[in-house]
Design a protein around this ligand. Sequence first.
Ligand SMILES: Cc1cc2nc3c(=O)[nH]c(=O)nc-3n(C[C@H](O)[C@H](O)[C@H](O)COP(=O)(O)OP(=O)(O)OC[C@H]3O[C@@H](n4cnc5c(N)ncnc54)[C@H](O)[C@@H]3O)c2cc1C
Length: 391
Amino acid sequence: MDFHFTPEQEAYRAAARAWLEAELPDWSRPGFADDAEEATRFERQRAWHRKLCQAGYVGATWPEEYGGRGLDPVSNAILQEELARAEAPPGLNPLGIGLCGPAILQHGSEAQKRRYLPRMLSAEELWCQGYSEPGAGSDLAGLSTRAELEGESYRVNGQKIWTSMADRADWCFALVRTDPSRPRHDGIGFLLIDMRTPGIEVRPITQITGAREFGEVFFSDVRVPAENLVGAPTEGWRIANTVLGYERGANTLSLYPRFRKRFERLVELGRKRRGPAAAVLRERLAQIAIEVEILRLNSLRQLSQLARGEPPGSEASIQKLYWSELENRFHRLAVDLQGAYGQLVAGSERAIDGGIWQFEELNALRFMIARGTSEIQRNIISERVLGLPRR
Ligand SMILES: Cc1cc2nc3c(=O)[nH]c(=O)nc-3n(C[C@H](O)[C@H](O)[C@H](O)COP(=O)(O)OP(=O)(O)OC[C@H]3O[C@@H](n4cnc5c(N)ncnc54)[C@H](O)[C@@H]3O)c2cc1C
């Protein structure tokens, strides 16, 4: 493990910090919002994304010929850390840039790289991820959405669920069953589907926070050109695992400044508490302070590995499990520190900090499910990292 940055990396950090100080728009943490407010925020995010892109701060590690900057993963982690430190709005297209792009870079044809990657980075084309189905979540290889090759195109029938950004996306990278006669992990393809193709229907699902950012996607006789398949027709599972590695193993250094800033506010809330509960809450505060530091050290360990050119492996599940559960403990404590006021949400004039902590407490539940549940991460750690026997 090496926790030091080179002079070049420190210079990159200083340049990014100076740029952010000059360019950062006015932006607040999202909270409970109706569809109209969501749409306004989305457009502001789009404008910010454009600015980031023009400055070369999107897809920094991607090769230059596809719109990236060819930077090393450590410089990129530094950039993400600075964006988080400045509390900058998130960029658009996280599923395209974070997941599908790396899969195309690794497994796609030259024509696919040139066609999809630059428009993904600029967010001209937004992407969603069509993996989960009503009968296939943790057990993803059980998916049944069918893609039958007929001449020059696939005919797709089936249903996806929990598809984030399905209603805004222009494209979907989907896992589809191309050959039901083969063992289930072998008969899967990785298909790029234009969301405007006839036969696709998106139905939004309302989350516990009231947001409607994911939905169901139905495919009825959808025609997809065969050239939209990435890799071989039965290579989808291997490609999906590339994506999963990036999903769980993406460096989490950027989480630290966010937690640190929010922690300062927790301490302020804690100072106001009196009475018998205060001592217990202070203990929980101290515990969270320790856990936030552990998160940083784990991120640096992960980053050292990436810097050595080692791709994220099964041990990425340790950090995924750790930060997703910390999100929940952290925000639950924020609400508990408010005592009886913790029951007030946005809209109540006495709600502390406009009720943002109540929103965050509900929103944090998602992290223990999305990208593989906590139970699945524990299974991976026990079997593949610790080598414990399967029952
Ligand atoms: C906010 C959010 C966004 C999402 N976005 C997307 C997206 O964009 N695209 C997409 O494809 N999917 C998305 N998902 C879906 C997500 O990947 C799945 O919800 C997740 O993989 C779990 O699958 P499931 O919901 O079918 O639950 P199930 O697999 O049915 O699991 C139900 C319960 O059983 C437990 N369980 C299952 N198997 C085991 C086992 N072997 N051992 C121990 N316990 C087990 C699980 O931990 C869970 O508690 C999203 C989910 C959320 C919450």
